[in-house]
Write a protein that binds this ligand. Structure first.
Ligand code: AKG
Ligand code: FE2
Length: 349
């Protein structure tokens, strides 16, 4: 059966959300967490402006900050990252225009994740009888490399400039990916291109997921995205300036501030594994909102499915035994899904 679109539920005017969307008490956002004016600790903001100045000291300082944020938070906000604000505005306008279409028009792009076809317009399927659902619909497609993206069959065909702006954005994110992986490698004492090569070099995969979180009548009971770490190596995130992303830091959920022009960088599992835990993949989740639709654009940078990723040999010695087994990326995906299903079964038995 096709999953119900969360947007359909949201616009039906219901006052209480269906049970599948109600999170267990311990997962629900607490009052203080929903107070998005919290002035507590914030994820690091890193100004990239000096990166291109040619000043070696300036670049070293930025690299140090990236490495520290990667150890401490597994996430950061990047300012002056080099991607033009007009390109970002066009990307966001195109994604929004697609989601502004009537649901029946979006359904032409529907995926079939139940049978493994995950590309296209979708909503989360419950993966067991009492499975929990997330308050979001999404669009998922491959962005990079060029020969792996099937624009004609898997990208939105509307609006007419969707392809042009999204391809251009992908090219910019690919450059930034190389810079960040370079900084992370150098800060581990490795050669600049080391991590990028392990992650597939030219075959490094980038996937775009547009997360669409409709208004929710009971945001205190639901989650847009449940707590998780990304399976990727790096994730770059943009949003429409509606708060909702939270990072778990020192035992507390911290809501990321909305900073105009910033790009959020999350470290995913692959970087944590390769660095043998020197860098951490940040636990995060997404809240929803009663008044406003939230939209985010996540680009997941991943190794190819058959690449074997384990702690890099330079990170392991007698004092630093490997903390993670080497697995193909596909095995890592299967392992995470298996663990999640196991946890769910435990919770429902
Ligand atoms: O919407 C967000 O801010 C977070 C989305 C997210 O964590 C994901 O798509 O993996
Ligand atoms: Fe995520």
């Amino acid at each position: 059966m096709a999953p119900a679109r969360v947007e359909t539920l949201s616009s039906s005017g219901l006052e209480s959300i269906p049970l599948e969307y109600v999170r267990p008490v311990e997962e629900r956002p607490t009052d203080s967490v929903l107070d998005l004016t919290d002035h507590g600790p914030q994820l690091p903001v890193i100004d990239f402006a000096g990166w291109h100045s040619g000043d070696a000291e300036e670049r070293k300082k930025i690299m140090r900050e990236i490495a520290e944020a990667s150890q401490e938070w597994g996430a950061m906000q990047l300012l002056n990252h080099g991607i033009s604000q007009s390109l970002i505005a066009r990307l966001q306008a195109a994604g929004k225009a697609f989601f502004d279409l009537p649901i029946k028009d979006k359904e032409k792009y529907a995926n079939d994740s139940g049978s493994g076809k995950i590309l296209g317009y979708g909503s989360k399927l419950a993966n067991n009888a009492s499975g929990q659902l997330e308050w979001e619909d999404y669009y998922f497609h491959i962005l990079w490399p060029e020969h792996k993206r099937d624009v004609a069959n898997t990208w939105p065909g509307y609006p007419s400039d969707y392809e042009e702006v999204t391809v251009a954005y992908g090219r910019e994110i690919r450059k930034l990916t190389a810079q960040i992986l370079g900084a992370l490698s150098l800060e581990l004492g490795l050669e600049e291109g080391r991590m990028e090569r392990v992650l597939g070099g030219e075959e490094l995969l980038m996937e775009l997921k547009i997360n669409y979180y409709p208004r929710c009548p009971q945001p205190e009971l639901a989650l847009g995205v449940e707590a998780h770490t990304d399976i990727s190596a790096l994730t770059f995130l943009l949003h429409n300036m509606v708060p909702g992303l939270q990072l778990f830091h020192h035992g507390k959920w911290i809501t990321a501030k909305c900073i105009p022009g910033a790009l959020i960088l999350q470290l995913g599992d692959q970087v944590e594994i390769m660095s043998n835990g020197k860098y951490s993949s940040g636990l995060h989740r997404g809240l929803v909102n009663k008044e406003k639709v939230r939209i985010s654009w996540a680009v997941f940078c991943c190794p190819p499915k058959d690449a074997v990723i384990g702690p890099m040999k330079e990170m392991v010695d007698d004092q630093n035994p490997p903390l993670f087994p080497a697995r193909t990326f596909q095995e890592h995906i299967d392992y995470k899904l298996f663990r999640k299903n196991q946890a769910k079964e435990k919770a429902t038995n």
